[in-house]
Design a protein around this ligand. Sequence first.
Ligand code: AMP
Length: 177
Amino acid sequence: MCFFFQKYGYTHLSAGELLRDERKNPDSQYGELIEKYIKDGKIVPVEITISLLRREMDQTMAANAQKNKFLIDGFPRNQDNLQGWNKTMDGKADVSFVLFFDCNNEICVERCLERGKSSGRSDDNRESLEKRIQTYLQSTKPIIDLYEEMGKVRKIDASKSVDEVFDEVVKIFDKEG
Ligand code: AMP
């Protein structure tokens, strides 16, 4: 069981992982479209991502009503995501805080290329990573800035080692959890 669930009661959901799983599902009508977006480092249309998140959240809470705290990884990533979230979740969910893993591009690229040696991900290559950085700067950073203005961002220096980053995350959850 995930450490964050055991200690703080959060269920971890990754938007990217849900999209990659959906892409693998031969019955999904969105498989090809998702693959194209991911390879191009682009943000998949919000209707798809939100419906996957909603499905997971609903199933988790239906199985255990106390599992109502979620750590959503990689979301919202653009204005469209944010609007989709506000429209679907208005009055149903509160955003407590946003974890921002701040790391420079060179280190991110280096780490993803290393991960690419074994990940099998179609976006762990230099070309897709360059596109992902552009998408991040144009679409995701402004969303982080919006949450910053609301006082919701908790920033972590993610250029440090895995253990140091983990310790920082734990400190934040101990305070906010
Ligand atoms: P990640 O697993 O977070 O590194 O995301 C990998 C890719 O999945 C991204 O480059 C996007 O193409 C797609 N993706 C992840 N999160 C989202 C999201 N919130 N909205 C749309 N597409 C996403």
